[in-house]
Design a protein around this ligand. Structure first.
Ligand code: ADP
Ligand code: MG
Length: 696
């Protein structure tokens, strides 16, 4: 099977396969479940499960699993085989409807943020029929949502589905006002994924990469990314072989991997799929990350998904391209041709502008993690300040609407919404600078603050819910208005005036912008512990409960988990540093000093007047550095003990940021200094140069 068209989706129990294999009635029932989010009747579920099992076995599967996304950030699965014993000592392969629609993983060790006491540890998983079952290795994977018996969400999918329902409901109300008879509205996502590939042999020698996913030490290599010669450069043959296999495996799983290229940093690459419905795009992105890691190993490499694997080299992110479209496939963020279409486009555009301004804090929180804190605001990724890029043309149009002035200076017409045609504006190309966190790119928005390793679920839950809230307020105001066009015009005008502070078309890396943003009253939440307190503010709690996305207790659980995860990550990093310094780095420096000292003695014994400048200076410098490293390592170790005394999760996280992280950085500086003057034969780890340039 080498034709891409045949290969595509061959490992997915998709609509085409169902149509081919299921009895007509069962097929219809599943389609209905997909369209209307209805649960399958158990007798139908039995039929579907049986057919799914036959198909899976034909394709090499022996096991099935409910595949879900707990709050850890990775995916989880527990495999059961299809075998079932018979009375005569044989087995049959069996898969029942109830095993398809519901599962009970023993899930007591997944984080629940206090939502579930251990005595009721058993949450349950429920099939999400909108996301097709697929085969991975020898296992049939059934995409599921994971909840507690009280119905509380314990995963990243349940709230995402709820947020999609919220925006569907409110968008339909708004569309109705325009006489649009769409039956449902979905958000769509195309996430562009960045990653690094390093040689596995090098990777295995670095405890920091092994335990934390990033280098905690490492001096800059003589060559870095300064020449920009990697960006869109020729793909090396080993990487090309990896990409080929990755593409094939993704296609078999029905994932629309489309473009791939080298990124700015050496050893950095990107993969972009064609967009699809948000929950499916989220599942697909998780599978993509998993496959990247697995396939890299087959090619003797390791795929690093950490946001900042190397200091002084660009980190990795994800661009979350997002739009809203009707079930009929009409993109609601596509500017129209007629006054009527224009008005509808402008209202949806305004709903996003308002949402991003009102919920800047939640968008920032949705991308907050210890890893991503290294990128945001570090002049390689957008700043931590959330703003929107609209492009000059569209911004001018909005300004002319807000001020009742004419847009086109020649014609001097005042834009009246619903009456005039929107002036044609070219897709703005000035945004190639990529410094905006949230950019309108012609018919979709590109949210660029996401870290490379996190699920895209969090960002899309916030986007969907915040836009649902804007649309709700718009519908409340416009429904029942006698003169719809007038009311619409007034509303759009007001929204632009109230929220134009969030629009910024300039260079996001510029310090002047940060100062200007503060003047405009925009939030600048620099780190994870800085932004998390906003998560559970009254405003945000109200938003999520009103749209039935998170109950206050669910929100609080996520707040606790995010804080704890942050502290745990910094704790592991700090412990790894202490371990590396004590067991490898100081002994290596000491051994090298010993070798040099011995050399000096031998040299002087041979020729009493021999010049020993290199040896003596290096011995002195390294001895001083070794003492500094020793002291700083001890200070870090002591500081870690202090972390246990903080008590509450927010205080602990703040302590890790202010005290531990600072001590880690100080320790790193002196170690990196020592690396530069130590014989490479003595240095215990592969260098940055080895890691970044070894894959050919
Ligand atoms: P870039 O210039 O950033 O590389 P592209 O136009 O190639 O942008 O698109 C980037 C991503 O945006 C792709 O994953 C693409 O599928 C996705 N995309 C395009 N249209 C939409 C849409 N309506 N909704 C969501 N994502 C979209
Ligand atoms: Mg992009």
């Amino acid at each position: 099977m080498n034709k891409v068209t045949e290969m595509f989706g061959s490992k997915v129990f998709n609509s085409a396969t169902m149509k081919e294999r299921l009895p007509k009635e069962a097929y219809k029932a599943v389609q209905n479940a997909i369209k209307n989010g209805k649960r399958l009747d158990i007798t139908v579920a039995d039929v579907v499960a049986n057919s799914m099992k036959d198909w899976a076995i034909e394709n090499g599967a022996t096991h099935f699993t409910h595949w879900f996304q707990p709050m850890t950030g990775v995916t989880a699965e527990k495999h059961d085989s299809f075998i079932s014993p018979t009375d005569d000592g044989h087995i049959i392969m069996e898969f029942k409807g109830k095993e398809l629609v519901q599962g009970e993983p023993d899930a007591s060790s997944f984080p629940s943020g206090g939502l579930r006491a251990t005595f009721e540890a058993r949450g349950y998983t429920a099939w999400d029929p909108t996301s097709f079952a697929f085969i991975k290795g020898n296992t049939l994977c059934i995409p599921t949502a994971f909840c507690s018996y009280g119905g509380e969400a314990l995963d990243k999918k349940t709230p995402l589905l709820r947020s999609m329902e919220a925006i569907n409901k409110q968008a339909l109300r708004v569309l109705k006002l325009f006489g649009n008879e769409a039956t449902s509205v979905k958000t769509t996502v195309g996430p562009e994924q960045e990653y690094f590939l390093v040689d596995k042999e090098m990777y295995d020698k670095r405890p920091d990469l092994l335990y934390t996913g990033r280098t905690l030490f490492g001096a800059k290599s003589p060559k870095g990314q300064e020449l920009d010669d990697h960006y869109f450069g020729t793909i090396k043959s080993r990487v090309a072989a990896f990409m080929e296999e990755l593409n094939e495996e993704l296609w078999k799983l029905g994932i629309l991997a489309k473009t791939e290229h080298n990124e700015v940093a050496p050893a950095q690459h990107e993969l972009a799929p064609i967009f699809t419905t948000t929950n499916i795009a989220t599942d697909h992105n998780q599978i993509t990350m998993e496959l990247m890691q697995r396939i890299a190993k087959k090619h003797g490499m390791v795929c690093l998904l950490h946001e900042k694997p190397f200091a002084g080299v660009n980190g990795s992110g994800k661009h979350n391209n997002w739009s809203i479209s009707t079930a009929e496939g009409v993109n609601l963020l596509e500017p129209g041709e007629t006054p009527h279409e224009n008005a509808q486009f402008l209202l949806f555009l305004c709903s996003v502008i308002k949402a991003v301004d009102d919920y800047q804090d939640l968008l920032r929180i949705s991308v907050a993690s210890a890893g991503n804190d290294h990128r945001l605001g570090a002049n390689e990724a957008p700043p931590a300040v959330v703003s929107i890029f609209l492009g000059e043309e569209l911004t001018e149009i909005l300004e002319s609407i807000a001020s009742d002035s004419s847009y086109d200076s020649k014609e001097r017409v005042q834009m009246k919404i619903g009456v005039h045609v929107l002036p044609r504006f070219p897709k703005d190309t000035t945004d190639r600078n990529r410094t905006s966190p949230f950019a309108f790119t012609g018919n979709k928005f590109e949210f660029r603050m996401l870290g490379s390793s996190a699920s895209v679920s969090g960002a899309n839950i916030v986007l969907n819910t915040a836009v649902a809230e804007s649309l709700k307020q718009f519908a409340d105001e416009l429904e029942g208005k006698e003169n719809f066009n007038d009311a619409l015009h007034d509303l759009i005008k007001r929204v632009i005036k109230e929220h134009k502070r969030i629009i910024f078309n300039g260079n996001g890396y510029d310090d002047a912008w940060i100062a200007e943003a503060e003047k405009r009253g925009l939030l600048n939440l620099k780190s994870t512990p800085d932004c998390l307190p906003y998560y559970i503010s009254e405003k945000n709690e109200k938003l999520f409960s009103e749209h039935k996305v998170f109950s206050p207790s669910e929100l609080n659980a996520r707040y606790e988990i995010k804080l704890e995860t942050y502290s745990k990550i910094l704790n592991i990093e700090a412990l790894t540093m202490v371990d590396m310094v004590n067991k490898d780095i100081l002994p290596a420096i000491s051994a090298f000093i010993g070798k040099l000292s011995k050399g000096v003695n031998e040299k002087k014994a041979a020729v009493a007047t021999a010049d020993c400048k290199y040896e003596e200076k290096t011995i002195a410098r390294l001895s001083t550095l070794a003492s500094v490293i020793y002291d700083r390592c001890e200070a870090l170790d002591k500081a870690l003990i202090g972390a246990m005394d903080e008590g509450d999760a927010l205080k602990t996280a703040a302590y890790y940021k202010d005290v531990i992280f600072k001590a880690m950085n100080e320790l790193r500086i002196s170690v990196d200094e020592a690396e530069v003057i130590t014989d490479r034969k003595y240095w215990p780890y592969p260098s940055y140069g080895d890691l970044l340039f070894s894959v050919r």
